[in-house]
Unconditional design. Structure first.
Length: 123
């Protein structure tokens, strides 16, 4: 039924029948998250402010978001295209920090992800 494609509400839907939401693409790290990484986790500010992040709104609040933080140069080196928050479902090893934050209350809960150590072969 192509003649109804112009009507609102007709479009891609999730299996649950709920309309699929469009997620924002990668952006600079949110200020509240960057401040948390520098102040609470004692990360190097020069490194932190060069990181990128993808966010997804949380269902329980309008001001709360899930966040995944990554290093753009590492993603580019692996030739992975980051479109939105769900892009890292296939590449979780590229996530440096993951958690949530609230813009209104300035509350941040972010955990550093465990990075697999590269295995070196003995010669």
């Amino acid at each position: 039924m192509f003649w109804k494609s112009w009507k609102r509400g007709v479009g891609p839907q999730e299996p649950t029948g709920r309309k699929a939401e469009k997620l924002p693409g990668p952006k600079d790290i949110p200020e509240v998250v960057g401040r948390h990484l520098v102040v609470r986790l004692n990360k190097n500010p020069d490194w932190v402010w060069n990181l990128r992040a993808v966010v997804r709104p949380r269902e329980d609040s309008k001001s709360a978001f899930d966040v995944r933080v990554f290093e753009a140069s590492e993603v580019a080196a692996r030739k992975v295209h980051v479109k939105d928050f769900t892009s890292f479902d296939e590449h979780p090893e590229l996530i440096l920090f993951e958690g949530r934050f609230d813009k209104k209350s300035m509350e941040v809960h972010v955990e550093e992800k465990e990075r697999p150590q590269p295995t070196t072969k003995a010669a």
